[in-house]
Ligand binder design. Structure first.
Ligand code: AMP
Length: 464
C-alpha cells in the first residue's frame, strides 16, 4: 500500500513524501483510514512502529479544513496528551514535519516552563496543543483554556500516563472537552486499567492491534543493580569487571564525554579498555572494533552509536552503566551479547533518576528484570519501582555472587538458596503526579516552544 491510497490532502502527502517514507507502517495503514472516517480508536502499538504519524496525520488532515463550528472560539481543535516532556517534544517534531505545508498554529504546554508564554499561546487562536496533563490542568483551573471547539483528543502512550498516576488528570481533561469529540487512544499495552479508561472516554471504538515486535532476548540473562550515584556505579563496575568470566564486554555510557572518561579510568587501572562513540573519526572507530574482535580490547566503553550494527562475536557481557532513554536501544544494546546462539549476560545499573526508563524498558520487553545486589555494595536506598499492574511479574532483589556474573549456557552458577529475596515494589501515591512534572523539568530544562507551521510568511501580528 502507498500513502497516496490513504486519501490524504496534497500538503500532507507532500510532507510525507519529503520524509522519504515509501509506504505506511502497519499501524498507519490500519489507523489512518479509521481516524479519517471519524471513528474513535484504540491502537495498541509500541514506540518505533510509526504510531506518532498514525495519529498526527489524521489530526492534521482535519485541521487542513476550517472548523465546522461557527461560534467564535480560540481554543485548540486538537489536543494531544503525552505522559512526558520527551514524548511531547517528539510529537511536536512530528507536527512540524507532517504539517510543514499547512498553515496551522500549534504549541506545547509543559510543566516547569514559564507561564507567560503559555498564557500568550492560549490567549490567541490555536489549532493544536501538545500537553502533559499536570500543567494543562493548571491552566484549566485558572480558566485559561477554552475547549469548546475541540474536535480531537489524542492520548499518546496512555498506559504510561496511567502508570505515572495521571488517570484522574486525564479524566478531568476529557470531561472538560465536548462529548462530540473524536478520541484516539494509543497504548503499548492493554490491561484492565486501560480497558476501563477506554470505556470511560471512547465511543464505540475501533481496535487496531499491531503485534509486538518479537524481541529475542531469551538467551540473555538480564539483571538490574540499584545504584545510588556515579561513585556507587563505579564501585560496582570495578567489582564486576574483576570477574575472569567476563572475557569481552561492552559498557554502555549515556554520553560521549563519560564514555571517554570511563575508558581512560579503566586503562589507568590496567584494563585493556577503549572508548567507541560518534565523535571519533571513522578510522579510529574501525581500529577499535578490530581490536575488540581480535581480543586486544576486553572492555569497550560505548555510546549507543555502537549498539546498532556492531558485530563482534564472543561478547560475554553487556553492562549498561547508564540505562538508555529509549527502550528499543536497550534491546539493541543487550543484543550485542548472546549472538549466534551463545548465551550472554546483560547487567544494568539503575539510579532513582532512571526508574522511568527502567519501566519503559520492562514494558517494551514484556518482562520484569530481576534486581540483584552485590555483597558489600548494597545500595543505600532501594530502587523505587512502581507497582504496575500490567507488568508480568514482581520485582525482587537477589544477592549477586561472583560466579553469577559469568553464568554461561543459561546456567546460573549461584545456588538458588543463596539468594536473599526481597520484594521491592513500591506504591506511588497521588502526589507523584506533581512530582513527575517537577522531575521532568529538572531533567530536561528544555524551553517552552510556541511555533507556527506555515510555508508562507505570516501576516504581521496575526500569529506572532
Ligand atoms: P514512532 O513509532 O512514532 O516513534 O516512529 C518511529 C520512527 O518511524 C520515526 O523516526 C518516524 O520518523 C519513522 N516513521 C514513521 N512512519 C514511517 C513510515 N511510513 N516509513 C518509515 N519510517 C517511518
Amino acid at each position: 500500500m502507498s500513502f497516496s491510497k490513504l486519501e490524504l490532502t496534497e500538503p500532507i502527502l507532500k510532507a510525507v513524501n519529503l520524509c522519504g517514507y515509501t509506504a505506511p507502517t502497519p499501524v498507519q495503514e490500519k489507523a489512518i483510514p479509521k481516524a479519517l472516517a471519524g471513528h474513535d480508536l484504540i491502537a495498541t502499538a509500541q514506540t518505533g512502529t510509526g504510531k506518532t504519524a498514525a495519529f498526527i496525520i489524521p489530526a492534521l488532515q482535519r485541521l487542513s479544513k476550517p472548523s465546522a463550528l461557527t461560534k467564535r472560539s480560540k481554543g485548540p481543535r486538537v489536543l494531544v496528551l503525552t505522559p512526558t516532556r520527551e514524548l511531547a517534544s517528539q510529537v511536536t517534531d512530528a507536527v512540524r514535519t507532517y504539517g510543514r505545508f499547512l498553515r496551522i498554529r500549534s504549541g506545547v504546554i509543559l510543566g516547569g516552563m514559564p507561564y507567560f508564554e503559555q498564557q500568550r499561546l492560549l490567549s490567541q487562536p490555536v489549532d493544536l496543543i501538545v500537553a502533559t496533563p499536570g500543567r494543562l490542568i493548571d491552566h484549566m483551573e485558572r480558566g485559561r483554556i477554552d475547549f469548546s471547539r475541540l474536535e480531537v483528543l489524542i492520548l499518546d502512550e496512555a498506559d504510561r500516563m496511567l502508570d505515572m498516576g495521571f488517570s484522574d488528570a486525564v479524566d478531568t481533561i476529557a470531561a472538560a472537552t465536548p462529548a462530540s469529540r473524536q478520541t484516539l487512544l494509543f497504548t503499548a499495552t492493554m490491561d484492565n486499567a486501560m480497558i476501563k479508561l477506554a470505556q470511560r472516554l471512547l465511543k464505540d471504538p475501533v481496535r487496531v492491534e499491531i503485534a509486538s515486535k518479537k524481541i529475542t532476548v531469551e538467551a540473555i540473562e538480564q539483571r538490574i543493580h540499584a545504584a545510588d550515584d556515579m561513585q556507587h556505579k563505579n564501585k560496582m563496575l570495578n567489582r564486576l569487571i574483576s570477574d575472569s568470566a567476563m572475557t569481552r564486554a561492552i559498557i554502555f555510557s549515556g554520553t560521549k564525554k563519560n564514555a571517554d572518561q570511563l575508558a581512560r579510568e579503566l586503562v589507568s587501572r590496567g584494563h585493556a579498555a577503549a572508548a567507541l562513540h560518534g565523535d571519533m573519526p571513522q578510522s579510529a572507530r574501525n581500529r577499535t572494533i578490530l581490536n575488540m574482535r581480535s581480543g586486544k580490547i576486553r572492555l569497550l566503553v560505548a555510546t549507543d552509536v555502537a549498539a546498532r550494527g556492531l558485530d563482534v562475536n564472543g561478547i560475554t557481557h553487556v553492562i549498561n552503566y547508564d540505562l538508555p532513554k529509549n527502550a528499543e536501544d536497550y534491546v539493541h544494546r543487550i543484543g550485542r551479547t548472546g549472538r549466534a546462539g551463545a548465551t550472554g549476560v546483560a547487567i544494568s545499573f539503575a539510579s532513582s533518576k532512571e526508574v522511568d526508563f527502567l519501566h519503559q524498558i520492562e514494558r517494551f520487553i514484556g518482562q520484569v528484570i530481576p534486581q540483584q545486589v552485590i555483597p558489600g555494595l548494597e545500595p543505600a536506598r532501594p530502587l523505587r519501582r512502581a507497582d504496575s499492574t500490567n507488568r508480568p511479574g514482581t520485582a525482587s532483589v537477589k544477592r549477586w555472587h561472583r560466579g553469577s556474573a559469568g553464568s554461561r549456557n543459561g546456567q546460573n552458577s549461584s545456588p538458588k538458596n543463596s539468594f536473599a529475596s526481597r520484594n521491592d515494589n513500591r506504591r506511588n501515591g497521588d502526589s507523584r503526579f506533581n512530582r513527575e512534572e517537577k522531575k521532568f523539568v529538572k531533567r530536561d530544562g528544555g524551553k517552552f516552544s510556541d511555533f507556527r507551521l506555515s510555508s508562507r510568511p505570516a501576516r504581521e501580528g496575526r500569529w506572532a
